[in-house]
Every structure is written in C-alpha cells, then in structure tokens.
Write a protein that binds this ligand. Sequence first.
Ligand code: GLN
Length: 277
Amino acid sequence: AAARLAPVSPTPRLDAEVLAMRVCGLNRTALVARGDTPLGAEQQRALDAALARRAAGEPVAYITGEREFWSMTLRVTPDTLIPRPETELLVEQALARLPGNARATIADLGTGSGAIALAIARERPACRVIATDRSAAALAVARANAARLRIDNVEFREGKWLAPLAGLRLDMIVSNPPYVRDDDPHLAEGDVRFEPAAALAGGAAGLDAIREITAAARDRLADGGRLLLEHGPDQGPALRALLAAFGYREITSVRDLAGHERVTLAQSKNHIFALRG
Ligand code: GLN
C-alpha cells in the first residue's frame, strides 16, 4: 500500500497505515501486532478503494472522515478545512490567557470543523464559546463534533466572521482565517486542492479576511479583550502594523514549532488605561 502511494504522497507509509487501521478497525499497536494476518475479501476491497482515492490525490482525512486535533477525534468533510497541527499554537496561546476557572465569552470566527472552539471549550468548561461560519455545511459538521464529544459550552451561529455576534461583548476573539495569497502556487498542489478555497485563499496579499476581522473585532471586544489570529509565516509584520493602525495594544507574534511567526495577538484599547494616558 505504501509503495502504491509513494508517487503521490509525501508520507506514503503513514497514509497506508492510517487507511489500513481504518479499514481493519485496528489501532496502530494492533496493526503492527497483527500485521501478517491476511485481509478478508471485504477489507481488501475497502482498502483498495481507499488507496485509489488517496492515489488520486484526495487527503487521507477526507477518506477516513476524521482528523486528530488537540487529542480529540474530529469529523471532517470537504466542507471543512482539515485542522493543522500548527493551529494548536493558537489554542495554546488562547488558553495561556484564560485562567482555568475563567467565565469568559469567546468567539471563534470561521470555525470549520469546530477544532479551535471545541478545544478551548473543552479546556475551559466555565467559558461560553460562540463559533461562527458562513457555511451551513461546515456548521453541521462542527455541531456534530460538539455533540459527539459532549462539549456543551459551545454554540454555533451561521454568518460571516462577526456578523452573527451583534450585541455581544467578547473577552476574546480567535480565528484561523483564510490567509494564503490567491496566487500562491501551493493552492494548486497536493491536499489543499481538495479543501474549501474559501477557507484558504485570503486575497492578493492573503490579508483580506484578517483586515476585515481586525476592523470589526474592535467594536465587539470588551475593554482589554484579546484578539488572536493565525497567519502565514511571512505575514507577522503586516499583522502587527494593521493591529497598531486599528488602535490595538500589546501586539505580539508567536512562533510555531517550525520557528515561523504563526499567531499574532493583541488587546483592545482599555478605556480606563487610555483616559489616564
Ligand atoms: N496553513 C494552511 C496552508 O498553508 C492555510 C490555512 C489557512 O489559510 N487558514 O495550507
């Protein structure tokens, strides 16, 4: 199976194992332990079908219908982006600013499968998390994930970015918006070809959604409330300049495990602080 995937996948052995685990209903340990047991005819057919899809370029997560994020197994479909490991940095940074007993109101914009919202809601059970997405199909996946994981301090609202949040005062807004440049050749290669373009492409400089969110978030954040955004590895300086221009303070970028600036966070202007100069 790995040999069959080698021409199309950068991780043929891993892909083959994950697909075989799925088809056989075994975890990795069991797959290794029983690795020389012949497949049944039905399993062989299912594995062949899965390998054919992967060989045609389809991401493993869309074939198995799931992906791990923050130690949760999440359903994913072609209506949702496949959660990336680097997005766990956004969750970590959010949690670092929320004490364990925090009762904050938090929004996740463009939630997709619900990954970020569910991770934060699960780790901070006293917080209220509101996740938005303009895709009804994505929200259905996110709602199903919340139900399956029995996470009930999260609600889902349909609409673009902050549009469904009128009237709310938020202590924190997080988002992994589309930030890839429209002309980035990476969009025409590999797994991302199968993902929703609206979750990836962010305009000529990749900053359209980020600019829109940064502008609108000012009016929804409580005084001193925080905005945390994931972005591309070369977009840190642009993000910091944008946030400064919109009057945010305490602007910092954080690097991911690969050493790239990946998350930038800022605080809304605190009025008391501002009045005192
Ligand atoms: N990191 C993703 C990629 O490069 C992009 C995710 C996003 O645009 N939010 O494929």
